[in-house]
Design a protein around this ligand. Structure first.
Ligand code: ATP
Ligand code: MG
Length: 254
């Protein structure tokens, strides 16, 4: 089972749009996929038409008093399951702070389902705190969307440093998000990061179909499979597959 997260220090950068679509693409390819909505806003649950709310609450789950499989729901996408969001996620940081090994909380919850899924996608709330630490410790790759402005790119360094400081092996793959090629600044940033290994080759364009996801409650790669954004998201998934396979080979070597 491979684990990827969509995470960033910043809010509103496209984490959820990317997480939901990547999970759908993987499921369409036949991978048994689990999307875990870790954000109390519940945007990815909403996009997949699953009501938020966990029986007993997220505090019990993250406090280690429940098993994850009790909360798994099927979605209308074949092969894609979801752990919905819950209001209790608003106090995730304090729940984790009470645990002895907060950084192991997500890995521990995922471990019993590792035979049930090929891929887990974690949709994270913004911020770099205890939850991010626990997510990164459980992850093979962290996808971090960045709106193309020079300041946002500086923010990427924070995420990379945070991952390094936690001492985990997760790779960080930045992806430019909401790119508007009509803007000079966006084109300049695209040029500046071209060829950088820590950036995905593809960038997710500013797109009507992605923006409509919340309204139509339909992942954009299903609603508009021929759009430029869907092609970019499929390209992003292909790049991730290569990273995940490389990771497997190096695990095998070591
Ligand atoms: N490629 C895109 N084109 C147009 N709009 C987009 C795109 N990606 C995201 N959006 C819109 O931007 C807003 C934020 O996107 P999204 O919810 O995916 O970001 P987020 O990083 O998960 O936000 P939060 O930090 O609040 O969880 C949403 O209204 C979404 O529809
Ligand atoms: Mg989100």
């Amino acid at each position: 089972m491979k684990v990827i997260a969509s995470a960033a220090a910043k809010g509103g950068v496209g984490k959820t749009s990317i997480a939901v679509n990547l999970a759908v693409i993987a499921a369409l390819e036949g991978r048994r996929t689990l999307l875990w909505d870790l954000d109390p806003q519940g945007a990815s649950s909403h996009c997949l038409r699953v009501p938020s709310g966990l029986r007993g609450g997220a505090t019990k789950l993250l406090g280690g008093k429940r098993h994850l499989d009790a909360f798994v729901q099927h979605t209308f996408v074949e092969g894609l399951d979801l752990v919905p969001a819950d209001r209790g996620l608003r106090v995730t940081e304090s729940v984790l702070a009470e645990r002895r090994w907060p950084d192991r909380a997500i890995s521990k919850l995922l471990s019993p389902v590792s035979g049930d899924y090929d891929l887990v996608v974690l949709d994270c709330p913004p911020g770099l705190g205890l939850l991010a630490e626990a997510v990164f410790a459980a992850c093979d790759v962290v996808v971090t969307p960045i709106i193309p402005t020079p300041l946002a790119i500086r923010g990427l360094e924070q995420t990379v440093e945070f991952v390094r400081a936690t001492g985990v092996d997760a790779e960080v793959l930045a992806v430019l998000s909401m790119v508007d090629r009509r803007k000079v600044l966006h084109r300049q940033v695209l040029e500046r990061v071209a060829g950088r290994e820590d950036f995905a080759t593809v960038a997710v364009p500013l797109s009507d179909s992605v923006e409509r996801m919340g309204l139509e409650q339909m992942p954009s790669v299903l609603a508009s499979p021929r759009s430029l954004s869907s092609a970019a998201l499929r390209g992003l998934w292909d790049e991730l597959v290569v990273l995940l396979e490389d990771d497997e080979e190096s695990d095998g070597d070591g």
